[in-house]
Design a protein around this ligand. Sequence first.
Ligand code: PLP
Length: 387
Amino acid sequence: MSNLKTIDKEYVANTYARFPVEIVVGKGSLVYDDTGKEYIDMGSGIGVTSFGIADDGWKDAVIEQLGKVQHMSNLYYTEPCAKLAEILCKKTGMKKVFFANSGAEANEGAIKAARKYGAEKKGPGCYTIVTLKNSFHGRTLTTLSATGQEHYHELFQPLTPGFAHFEAGNMEELKALCADGTVAAVLIECVPGEGGVTAMDPAFLKALSASLKENDILLMVDEVQTGNGRTGQMYAYMNYGLQPDVVTTAKGLAGGLPLGAALLGDKVKNVLGYGDHGSTFGGNPVACAAALSVVNRLTDSFLAEVRQKSEYLFSRFTGAPGIESVSGLGLMLGLQTVKPASEVIKACMENGVLVLSAKSRVRLLPALNIPMELLEKAADIILAAAQ
Ligand code: PLP
């Protein structure tokens, strides 16, 4: 490890503050470091390994596709891409899918669709995308501009123009931004992941959706972190009874391979035409085969199990010593601890549990199929660390 740490520090760009742990292998929700120490993985690669590490079904799907064709340009048809688009549309009621490789790129696709829709529908001045303060939408310059957190903006001026931000729940602030007719879309997260894991108020999202519909402004939901079963529904917006015009997804979609997607609803399904957008790797057959294996397993009964596990975690943590509050939805939880989150995370790691942070909270994003006995053991260790 010490040698690896030296090489990594010397040659990998300094953008990540890594914990002093090298993970070498794993199975399901257990991972092992280079000394053989075992950890329960309560972070799933920040919500990516939906069915855990090296899951057999996922691995078989990937290996089978690797033996057929690992990549083909978007000049030709490939089965996994078309089949994945079909099932995503059937499960959501959306109409078409643009495939990319990450959450940021999925959001870029959505933003381009919204700009073109606004210009075609209301004229060239209608291009503003409004997002929430404290949101997170990615690290490309445009998705950074969409992200409603100033500290991410400071070092990268000038940003992409055409973004404005409002406080969640403040419909008056939104109405003022929309008054001049220049807003093409509002992009939201139902549960801000990086922003602290606090689920949005249903009444606010209902009012938002109604107001946007009335004014022909697109509702776009960033499901990069909340999607693909994470909140106990296929997508988090389904918990709120919304019907968005655009949904973006990535992270857990392909269970550990890079894949992002912008799902386009009725209003925008034909907005992007030939040559308007593209990506060399977008819709890659191996990533799409992996995603098919994930999405096909997100059945109603499986999602009910996710909700049961969520209830278990909420009941274990709510009111427990050392825990001030519990927030989130499904298997996406934020724990406000009495001790600083960093101390709790360190103690968890020492005792064999990997957890994340989000702002001042400890964030939990376990694999959706984590066995109950591991969830119980992880909860014991987290609670002991928080005291
Ligand atoms: N949107 C949300 C809500 C996210 O949580 C993230 C990443 O954490 C992104 C977008 C960016 O995704 P990616 O890192 O895959 O570009």
